[in-house]
Design a protein around this ligand. Structure first.
Ligand SMILES: Nc1ncnc2c1ncn2[C@@H]1O[C@H](COP(=O)(O)OP(=O)(O)OP(=O)(O)O)[C@@H](O)[C@H]1O
Length: 805
């Protein structure tokens, strides 16, 4: 860039807050005094110099200050403007640097100036060509957006770098300051760079503005549409209701209002409202709608903020337990301790349990009908809490505990959630009944789900698959019941504090019947308390001969049956009330007893009336029981040799039969038994009640005794029952369930019991009144058992050996 040496003398045409760049053609209003003065001065000068077009210097005047660069303009035409005012059309030509003021014709201001010479490298370097391309692309982009299609070609046709940059003067988005900057940038390449920059910035701003505008517009549209659709939906629903003859009032379907009105925890409310949104969008008939409604009903019915106040008066609790259950002193003591510890921990803000084995859950283990369930109910009474029972028997599906995912057809919440709903409070006593009967299979492991329910570290955020919102179970008191300890899944057992209920003695049953069962059944039979009484001998007989069980369930049934009979007889006018039922009346009322003890049977009718049958003691799911073992030898001519076992025996029991046989084979001679028979003839051992599966090692002594009886021909004493595992050398090893077995022996009228020596300490648990009536022998060797159990030999007994058919 260089300045020419010849100065120009020109009249100034001030442009107020406006810029004209070279190449632009602008119409100017001649009513403006400054414009007219400049144009007239230029015309005068042109006339005097002869020929050429009148020239002016277009100088931007910003806030009254002139820029230091102007543009030489030629007056192209003078005439009328579009609005009818007189005007001049002026074309910008080239940049002029303004010098000193001078004089000239007319009223205009005259200055001297030097033309600015512009040089552009020739040929253009690559970077500049690129720049030209970019500028043209941006300008085209912008022009197309504005719909100025006809201008696009014109811009594309400009090849001169300087002219291209100056074309920006037309851009309406540039501020005056930006245009002045373009004007004062003399170097064409720098100017094009500047113009490109300005254009690019503008386009970017425009993009942002456009996308914001678009978003806003879309949001508004969606809201409006949704609003309209909802209104339409409401109208359609209303019309449908009217068609179906339902009145407006029946519309309890307003879930939104119900959710708003319900006292739900914040998270639950959010989830519920989301579902309401979905519901309002779904049609009345769609299955999804009905699923959502069921779900919302479930959520609304849960007692989210309901809680009962605990009655933490330990003495009072003890009184409740005592009033509702006779006997069971140690069990009630354990429960009272549990409540007391719980109370202290809560008072000290320690939470419910200490560690993993804190015994968060009391498990009541024992045979049916001993009052496990009703004790659970008493615990709830004692604590002043609601009570719910969850039956787990036969639950094999994890979803039973934790619910089905809602994507399943007919999905339901799990039993825990249903229990809370049923309880109507968030802190009930929940009894997990028959926890030993949960199994696992391909549908998952319910025990694992239970574990989560019982774990204090996890159960404050229990998640049911159906509910999908968290439920706080930490305030629930869980109790469990089980018949068989061994069947409780190991991991669950770990969380539980065991309380055993082994069954009742006859005396205890009589008390329970008198104090609890009879009053309750009298009421059920619609009889007044004093109208029917059962004297003690009758109750005893009912417990001893009409029922044989560890608990009192059948006893209660028998009493109920008896009372119904009496009530019916009274109604038929056959019996006067009040009436006292004595021992002798039972047979007339409810028939003959089913469980006459063996010892009371005719000797020839007894099971042990033939050699080869011995009485054992066992523990089954129903408590302790007596069981018989039968042994026979096959005919040496026709029967196969070897050992046959029947009666649904488990593996352990089969093995103990093998052991009994091996022991007798090797030690029979010293016992003076004809062991040759054991080698040559097949042996069959059978356990009657063949349909009931049995297992365990504790029938070892009984099998040995039965076999010895068979070989020797000596009968087994009817009044003797036995239990104990036998080793190959004949030692008697300890077994479990002594208390239950002795209670059963006592029930069955057995008077002599043989147990392993090592089980002697267990006798402490057996009620004194039972021990009194039993002659208990603790032995270490099976020979002692045989000595005690086998009756003396009779003459010719050997011929009586029975032969299996
Ligand atoms: N010690 C007791 N005092 C008073 N009533 C008792 C006692 N033991 C049991 N009962 C009564 O005997 C009935 C049977 O008891 P419950 O149903 O609780 O037995 P359970 O052990 O839970 O049996 P299951 O294992 O079959 O559920 C109940 O009506 C209960 O009130």
């Amino acid at each position: 860039m260089a300045l020419t040496s010849a100065p120009l003398t020109l009249p100034v045409l001030p442009l107020d807050d406006e810029v004209v760049l070279p190449g632009m053609v602008v119409p100017l209003d001649l009513n403006d005094a400054d414009v007219r003065a400049a144009v007239e001065a230029a015309q005068a000068a042109a006339r005097s110099s002869g020929g050429s077009k009148p020239k002016v210097l277009l100088v931007p005047r910003i806030d009254g200050t002139y820029a230091n660069t102007g543009v030489l303009g030629t007056v192209e035409q003078v005439g009328r403007l579009a609005d009818g005012d007189p005007g001049a059309l002026i074309r910008g030509r080239s940049r002029v640097r303004i010098g000193a003021g001078t004089t000239g014709p007319g009223a205009a201001l005259w200055v001297e100036g030097l033309a600015v010479e512009e040089t552009v490298p020739d040929p253009l370097p690559g970077s500049v060509t690129e720049l030209v391309k970019e500028y043209k692309a941006l300008a085209t982009n912008w022009l197309k957006k504005r719909g100025a299609w006809q201008v696009v070609d014109r811009v594309q046709a400009i090849d001169d770098v300087s002219a291209l940059a100056d074309n920006s003067g037309y851009s309406p988005f540039l501020t005056t300051a930006q245009k002045v900057e373009l004007l004062e940038t003399a170097d064409p390449v720098a100017r094009l760079k500047l113009a490109t920059e300005q254009l690019r910035e503008h386009l970017a701003e425009q993009d942002v503005a456009e996308s914001i505008a678009k978003d806003v517009q879309e949001g508004v549209d969606k809201q409006q549409r949704e609003f309209l659709l909802r209104r339409q939906l409401e109208a359609v629903r209303k019309e449908l209701r009217e068609l179906n003859g339902e009145s407006e009032g029946e519309e309890s379907d307003d879930y939104r209002a119900r959710v708003e009105a319900a006292d739900l925890p914040e998270k639950v409310r959010e989830a519920a409202l989301k579902e309401v949104d979905k519901l309002e969008r779904s049609s009345d008939q769609s299955p999804e709608g009905s699923w959502i409604r069921t779900w919302l009903d479930t959520v609304l019915e849960l007692p989210w903020n309901e809680r009962t106040e605990d009655a933490y008066d330990i003495q009072g609790a003890q009184a409740v337990l005592d009033a509702e259950h006779s006997g069971l002193e140690d069990v009630k003591e354990r429960i009272t301790e549990y409540l007391a510890v719980r109370k202290r921990r809560l008072e000290r803000g320690l939470g419910v349990v200490g560690g993993r084995r804190g015994g968060a859950v009391l498990a009541l283990v024992g045979p049916p009908g001993v009052g496990k369930t009703s004790l659970g109910e008493s615990v709830a009474h004692a604590m002043g809490r609601k009570f719910v029972r969850v039956a787990l028997g036969g639950v094999r599906d994890e979803a039973e505990i934790r619910g089905h995912r809602r994507t399943y057809v007919g999905a339901l919440p799990g039993r825990i959630v249903r229990a809370i709903k049923e309880a109507g409070s968030m802190n009930p006593v929940v009894l997990l009944d028959e926890i030993d009967k949960v199994g696992s299979d391909f549908r998952g492991d319910p025990a694992a789900a239970l574990l989560e329910v019982l774990d204090p570290a996890q159960n404050h955020t229990f998640r049911d698959h159906y509910l999908e919102v968290e439920l706080d179970l930490s305030d629930v008191v869980f109790l469990a019941t089980a018949n068989v300890l061994e069947a409780i899944p190991e991991a669950l057992l770990d969380r539980m504090e065991l309380v055993r209920l082994d069954g009742y003695t006859e005396d205890e049953k009589v008390v329970i019947a008198r104090d609890h069962l009879l009053p309750r059944q009298l009421e059920r039979a619609g009889l007044k308390g004093d109208e029917v009484t059962l004297d003690e001998s009758a109750l005893r007989r009912l417990a001893g001969e009409y029922t044989r069980e560890a608990g009192v369930r059948n006893l209660e049934r028998s009493i109920a049956r008896l009372l119904r009979k009496v009530a019916a007889q009274h109604e038929l006018g056959e019996r006067e009330l009040p009436f006292t039922v004595g021992e002798g009346d039972l047979r007339g009322l409810i028939g003959r007893p089913h469980h006459v003890p063996e010892s009371a049977q005719d000797p020839a009718e007894r099971r042990t009336a033939v050699p080869g049958v011995a009485t054992g003691l066992a523990v089954t799911g129903a408590g302790g029981d007596v069981l018989y073992v039968e042994a026979s030898l096959a005919d040496p001519e026709t029967g196969a040799a070897g050992l046959t076992l029947t009666g649904q025996l488990g593996d352990v029991m089969k093995e103990s039969a093998q052991i009994a046989l091996s022991f007798l084979r090797s030690h029979g001679a010293e016992l003076e038994l004809p062991v040759g028979d054991l080698r040559d003839r097949g042996v069959h051992i059978h356990f009657p009640a063949g349909a009931v599966p049995k297992d365990g090692p504790s029938a070892g002594v009984t099998m040995t005794t039965a076999l010895a009886s068979l070989l020797s021909g000596r009968l087994v004493r009817t009044d003797v029952a036995m239990t104990g595992e036998v080793s190959l050398t004949g030692r008697v090893l300890p077994i479990g369930g002594v208390k239950q077995k002795l209670l059963a022996a006592h029930r069955a009228g057995v008077t002599t019991v043989v147990i392993p020596k090592r089980n002697e300490p267990d006798l402490d648990d057996v009620p004194a009144e039972v021990l009194e009536k039993l002659d208990v022998h603790a032995v270490t060797d099976v020979r002692q058992v045989l000595e005690l159990a086998l009756a003396p030999a009779r003459n010719g007994a050997a011929e009586e050996v029975p032969v299996a058919a």
